[in-house]
Ligand binder design. Structure first.
Ligand code: DAK
Length: 258
């Protein structure tokens, strides 16, 4: 499927999503969010897909934020609709029963940084830069940045990033836990592909269940979270993948997950 501002391609059990507005450093406008929303629906309904890689077009930016030019002209109702759409899209990524890798090559600012944080795993190149500069525009991060950033890097560092708008380079982002890995630009997409391929050898059902256990469990106190984990562990035993995975181990062969 190809629709201008968001490109989509499926190869086997991997899906590639490219935010495609390089002339505006892939800034998120209403059209991008709507297209992304439809692409995510398609991915969710495609059982074959286990891993999604989201990247930005061009070699300068992942996403340089929400589209400031579009936002500047919005009235209250339009801003509200934009906000609701953004929240819907970002929640959809977080709840997608697939592993989602943000391939961050360049700027991930404001809504772009928030988009990367809604993904499960972030891989950066050495030139990537992360920031939440919204306070300088008279707003606060509105796509859950005030929530996801402190969960990833701690309250102190998150508040420093928001209060100062400072840009954090890839190495610092790695040091504070904002990104999983920093890779040379020439190996970058291969690295993301290899990771996606590895994830693709795991049970799709278990990936989906594990993702909910982590995401939902992190919002509960430890006792409730462990109970939730036990429930989900039990749920695994209703899947064919559990029988295949354990059966394959006992039979000393590689599992074949459907
Ligand atoms: N929006 C619109 N256009 C953008 C853009 C953005 N965020 N970022 C870059 N562009 C455009 C530039 O305007 C320029 O377009 P032309 O002037 O050529 O037409 C083109 O991309 C190239 O950018 P530059 O010429 O500025 O390139 P430089 O290399 O000089 O600078 C830069 C790169 C990334 C440092 C700079 O472009 C920049 O500072 N961009 C803005 C970054 C930023 O402040 N991002 C945060 C945006 S605020 C909400 C939820 C979430 C949000 C808001 C509300 N609700 C729940 C309601 C999120 C807000 C944000 O993300």
């Amino acid at each position: 499927m190809q629709n201008n501002v968001v490109l989509y391609e499926q190869k086997g059990n991997m899906a590639y999503v490219t935010i495609n507005r390089p002339e505006a450093l892939n800034a998120l406008n209403g059209r991008v969010l709507k297209s992304l929303n439809s692409v995510l629906d398609l991915i969710r309904e495609t059982d074959e897909i286990s891993t999604v890689i989201i990247k930005g077009a061009g070699n300068k930016a992942f996403v340089a934020g929400a589209d400031i030019k579009e936002m500047s002209g919005m009235n209250c109702m339009e801003a509200r609709a934009f906000s609701k759409l953004g929240q819907e899209v970002f929640n959809k990524i977080e709840k997608l029963p697939k592993a989602v890798i943000a391939a961050v090559n360049g700027f991930a600012l404001g809504g772009g940084c928030e988009l990367a944080m809604a993904c499960d795993i972030r891989i950066a190149t050495k030139k990537s830069k992360f920031a939440l500069p919204e306070l300088g525009l008279g707003v606060i991060p509105g796509f859950a940045g005030t929530q996801r950033m402190p969960r990833l890097v701690g309250k102190g560092r998150a508040k420093e990033m928001m209060f100062t708008s400072k840009q954090v380079g890839a190495e610092e982002a790695y040091r504070i836990g904002l990104v999983n890995e920093v890779v040379d630009e020439e190996n970058f997409l291969n690295y993301c592909d290899e990771m996606a391929k590895t994830i693709g050898t795991r049970s799709k059902a278990a990936i989906a269940i594990c993702k909910s256990s982590v995401n939902e469990g992190m919002e509960l106190d430890i006792d409730k979270a462990m109970l939730h984990e036990a429930d989900l562990f039990g749920l695994c035993f209703s899947t064919e993948d559990q029988r295949e995975g354990m059966g394959a181990f006992i039979e000393k062969r590689k599992p074949i997950f459907k």
